[in-house]
Design a protein. Structure first.
Length: 359
């Protein structure tokens, strides 16, 4: 899973990236193709609580990759490496500047989140329109040479997408059927990717999600498909990342925050991408695994180790909170709360799944 951090210059992308990956400061981008890739741990309170029962040697969170791409703009969008990097992302996180700070100049001279959101969105839309135009031109030539119903279908679909984009709306808002989705997948359209708006606010607005969203007319965003928004102060989060856990928690409470920015961001992206987590627990390692929704027990075994798919016998399954209530496996087994499931069982978010396998 890869999430690309995009946005205008000086919006706080690199600050956010460093906070997420806990990497020290590094020099800025030399050219538009350059990007920093970092591994982000998907912190999970459920796993922390389970680990307390098992006191394992190691606790391993699921991970995702975040990529700090260069600032988006007319020039960068013409570079094929830059576009290629963006196209390969599973989701995009757009860092929007809301923090006022005289010492940090804004590219467009003023703080106007709605303008910046539309502007970045428009860049994505224009890049997609370019792809569609090229393909339609080629298709037209092909259609003159040979008759193929596939070409007709593709043309109709692309023309529909084109019309939509020309109204300056992103493709992620269109409801496609399964066949259309399949056809579109190969184009890696930028405006089709799930989008998280990361509203980077000043210290005074931390913890005021509803007010901030309302002030910029985004309170309806929750109803848009494939989009989410979160309010964060990259600067405050960067400070929090430097503190001890106890200190950070105290500090966070004073802002009325329950979770760190890292937790909120990874959780929201997983929601956007339809990912769930299951756990494996032992004395050596307690671990969270990230899989797509509707993953079967057998496929889940494959996430752990490819050999386990072939040798899958059954899975022992119990929800994380049930196991916690029981205080461990022996009691849970005795109470008959550990289920045995076959290979077709669909794993649910937060379940502990132990695979029984041969060989
Ligand atoms: N006051 C304030 N400054 C910030 C915040 N986030 C980033 N900055 C500053 O804004 C400047 C640009 O940040 P950076 O992360 O490099 O932006 P990028 O160009 O989007 O990667 C840096 O000087 C940061 O210290 C914030 O939340 N509050
Ligand atoms: Mg940067």
């Amino acid at each position: 899973m890869q999430c690309g951090i995009i946005g205008l210059p000086q919006a706080g992308k690199t600050t956010l990236f460093r906070m997420l990956t806990r990497l020290p400061a590094r020099e800025s981008h030399s050219h538009a193709g350059a990007q920093h890739i970092g591994v982000v741990h998907v912190l999970d309170d459920r796993l922390d609580r389970l680990a307390k029962l098992f006191t394992p040697l190691k606790t391993t969170y699921a991970t995702m990759e975040c990529v700090d791409v260069a600032a988006i703009g007319k020039d960068t969008l013409k570079e094929s490496t830059y576009l290629g990097n963006l196209r390969n992302m599973d989701a995009l996180a757009h860092v929007v500047r809301l923090f006022p700070d005289e010492s940090v100049p804004h590219l467009k001279g003023s703080i106007d989140p709605q303008r910046d959101i539309s502007s970045v969105e428009l860049d994505l839309i224009l890049a997609d329109l370019g792809v569609i135009e090229n393909r339609l031109t080629k298709l037209e030539k092909e259609r003159k040479k040979i008759k193929n119903p596939e070409f007709e279908k593709e043309t109709a679909l692309l023309e529909r997408a084109q019309k939509w984009l020309e109204t300056e709306k992103p493709l992620r808002e269109v409801e496609w059927d399964e066949e259309e989705k399949k056809r579109l997948r190969g184009f890696l359209f930028l405006s089709e990717k799930p989008m998280l708006l990361v509203l980077n606010v000043g210290e005074e607005a931390v913890g005021k999600m509803a007010e901030v969203l309302q002030s910029i007319g985004l309170d309806q965003l929750g109803q848009h498909p494939n989009s989410r928004a979160m309010v964060v102060s990259a600067k405050v989060e960067a400070e929090l990342a430097e503190m001890s856990d106890a200190e950070a928690e105290e500090f966070r409470k004073s802002y009325g925050l329950r979770e760190s920015g890292l937790e909120r961001l990874t959780r929201t992206i997983n929601e956007l991408l339809g990912r769930i987590a299951f756990f494996t627990l032992g004395e050596k390692e307690c671990r969270a695994w990230s899989v797509a929704k509707n993953t079967s027990a057998q496929q889940a075994a494959g996430a752990i180790h490819t050999d386990m798919v072939k040798h899958f016998i059954r899975a022992e399954v119990i929800p994380w909170d049930t196991l916690l209530e029981q205080g461990g496996f022996p009691a849970a087994r005795q109470a008959g709360l550990v289920r045995l499931e076959g290979k077709g069982y669909i794993v649910q978010d937060g379940e502990i799944v132990h695979i029984r396998h041969s060989g």
